[in-house]
Ligand binder design. Sequence first.
Ligand SMILES: Nc1ncnc2c1ncn2[C@@H]1O[C@H](COP(=O)(O)OP(=O)(O)OP(=O)(O)O)[C@@H](O)[C@H]1O
Length: 262
Amino acid sequence: MTTVLDLQHVTVQRAGRDLLDDVSWQVDDDQRWVVLGPNGAGKTTLLNVASAQLHPTRGTVDILGERLGRVDVFELRPRIGFASSANNARIPPTETVLDVVLTAAYGVTGRWREAYEDEDVARAHTMLHDWRLESLADRAFGSLSDGERKRVQIARAVMSDPEILLLDEPTANLDLGAREELLQLLGEYAVAPGAPALVSVTHHVEEIPRNFTHALLMKDGRVIRQGPINQVIISERLSRLYDLPLVVAETDGRYTARADLV
Ligand SMILES: Nc1ncnc2c1ncn2[C@@H]1O[C@H](COP(=O)(O)OP(=O)(O)OP(=O)(O)O)[C@@H](O)[C@H]1O
């Protein structure tokens, strides 16, 4: 077991506000985390720190054994997979799905004059197969549905064989079928041999994939609770998080929540 993320007393201040407030959190390589919390809780800010995009105002951040502030982030970032809708804007809409995934091997978006190794092309096809994108290989990224784009973002993030994979709301805006398809893939990936540590931000307990092991609850920039998922995603804890009486249930590794307002 290796610790891949280690945040100690991390505070991020912007415009006089604490977006993160004294956050301490450790992720080991065999753990799969879900991060849950209301709008504005600081979840995306936390992922931005964990992906070496943002430095803390106070506290220490070690990612893959390297201390932020001491390491060259341009060497560190290729070791971190980060799939987020915010990255969509960087992908040229005319780029083919195959090229969107393939260019990840070179840390660029937009194919230009790179010469690709056969090995990389073969790996890109494997990624398309694993994330059920093979039939879309030649389609322009800009022509895809939201569900297809989400899978392309993840395939791209996984292409460079990251040591930690961060997912920001991977199932947001998906219809029921697309959501369930992606949750199935993520649940399988969570236990796939050689899969990296996973951290997935979500708004809904229904969107937690199977086989996730840990949960972190956030509110107002602070960690409210963290630990093994079956001790955190429970009625009492979520009711406190959302200031609402909630009934949380787990069936076959999937969760549901509803207000208990009868
Ligand atoms: N650069 C910034 N300057 C000032 N405030 C910011 C900045 N970036 C984010 N915030 C604020 O910090 C808070 C946390 O934002 P963040 O995006 O991390 O929350 P979140 O939990 O991901 O929210 P959501 O679920 O709505 O996506 C929000 O109130 C947001 O408005």
